[in-house]
Write a protein that binds this ligand. Structure first.
Ligand code: NIG
Ligand code: FE
Length: 397
């Protein structure tokens, strides 16, 4: 797990009591059940939450931070991002807004630029985006490879991701690179590439979609990844319905990501599993696609997460507050459900129980908003409300 100071935080070896929290969202209850304290305090010690409760009963600490009646909540868990890349595709975005539809073909443009870039260029790009995320309240970042698509470029993508991200995902199976046939590329991914990459990754992912990898290829790649010690997660149902969601459930994947196009059978399968449906509404915003049915999923008993999918093609936003606002405005979630999906939901999608909630023993990942309630994240879209952030007890801003 990456060092939080790589995000620009400063080491704070003393304990801190944050008092004057007007509204504290702890996520201590189950998803959908509010656990909101008023006039609360939190004590941070040794990078962990040491105490949570009524401000009048807060124990003393080396330092005090007065929240002045503002709202505090867990740091966002961004469980889906593609940050190791070079260049940008603004012209492709402009064309989409003018009516061109999104296709996975643009990925190859970024692959070319990424292969040509020096390590330090890629490193600086990840650092810039992770810092951008931290300023907006994100304290956990998952980062995928997938713009290298050679053994050398996938390995270096993962190594660089691991310097700054908390969770690292091998996505050699993003698309088939130019000049290669699908069967030989799947063999490479499952063989030499996986062997070289597995030591630098926690997860294996496949873009299971028409134009990328089909069901059989996806199963073969996930099977190989699991045998190499990686945990499965999947890109599924982004551009149309397909076998991805069923495969994710079959493999007990941490999550099925996108879930924009689902069949009723997909929803039932997710509801009966512990695979999280990770919704990425900033993608739909940036590709003019219909938003996924978050309301329907929650009502069917599916665990959901919200994440950015930050990447230069389908969505160049690093903003979890933007995702929360979209989920409320466009996907039928209450502000509380959306914020929980962006915190606790992401933690579940990453199978982590030390983040996403503010309870004693959890990692001290929290943020303070310049607002009286978490509700303002949706009520005041586009406004940078996050004014203070701690990641593993380190003050990030
Ligand atoms: O999650 N779906 C595949 N990969 C990314 C997009 C990558 C790109 O367009 O560069 C996604 O949307
Ligand atoms: Fe993605």
């Amino acid at each position: 797990s990456a060092a939080p100071w790589s995000r620009g935080g400063t080491l704070d070896p003393v304990s801190t009591v944050i008092t004057g929290i007007g509204e504290l969202l702890t996520n201590a209850g189950r998803q959908g059940e509010p656990e909101i304290l008023t006039d609360a305090a939190v004590v941070i010690d040794g990078g962990r939450i040491a105490w949570v409760g009524d401000a009048r009963r807060a124990p003393d600490a080396d330092e005090r931070f007065d929240a002045g009646g503002r709202a505090a909540l867990p740091g966002f868990v961004d469980s889906h991002a593609h940050l190791v890349f070079a260049g940008e595709r603004g012209a492709e975005f402009a064309a989409r807004m003018a009516g061109t539809s999104y296709g996975a073909g643009g990925i190859r443009t970024t692959v070319e630029a990424t292969r040509e870039a020096e390590d330090d260029v890629l490193r600086a790009n990840v650092a810039r985006l992770v810092a951008e995320m931290a300023r907006q309240g994100t304290t956990t970042v998952e980062c995928k490879s997938g713009y290298g698509l050679t053994v050398r470029d996938e390995v270096r993508s993962l190594r660089i991701a691991g310097e700054m991200a908390d969770e690292v995902t091998f996505l050699g199976a993003h698309v088939v690179p130019e000049g290669m046939d699908t069967d030989s590329y799947v063999s490479l991914v499952c063989g030499e590439m996986l062997e070289a990459c597995a030591p630098y990754a926690d997860w294996i992912d496949v873009f299971c979609e028409r134009g990328a990898f089909d069901g059989d290829q996806t199963r073969e790649i996930l099977r190989a990844g699991v045998a190499a010690g990686l945990q499965p997660r999947l890109h599924a149902g982004q551009l149309g319905p397909g076998p991805g969601v069923q495969i994710a459930v079959e493999f007990d994947a941490g999550s099925a990501d996108h879930c924009t196009f689902l069949t009723p059978g997909d929803v039932d399968a997710l509801a009966a599993s512990r695979t999280v449906a990770t919704l990425l509404p900033a993608v739909e915003f940036s590709t003019r696609q219909p938003y996924p049915d978050a309301r329907g999923l929650l009502d069917a008993g599916v665990a959901i997460a919200l994440a950015t999918d930050c990447n230069p093609g389908s969505c160049y936003s690093s903003s979890m507050p933007f995702c929360v606002a979209l989920a409320v405005r466009e996907m039928g979630l209450t502000p509380l459900e959306a914020v929980q999906a962006a915190t606790l939901g992401g933690a579940r999608a990453l199978r982590r129980d030390d983040i996403g909630r503010l309870v004693p023993g959890a990692r001290a990942d929290l943020q303070i908003l310049d607002a009286p309630s978490h509700l303002h994240l949706a009520y005041r879209p586009g406004v940078p409300l996050t004014v203070a952030v701690w990641s593993a007890g380190l003050r990030m801003r």
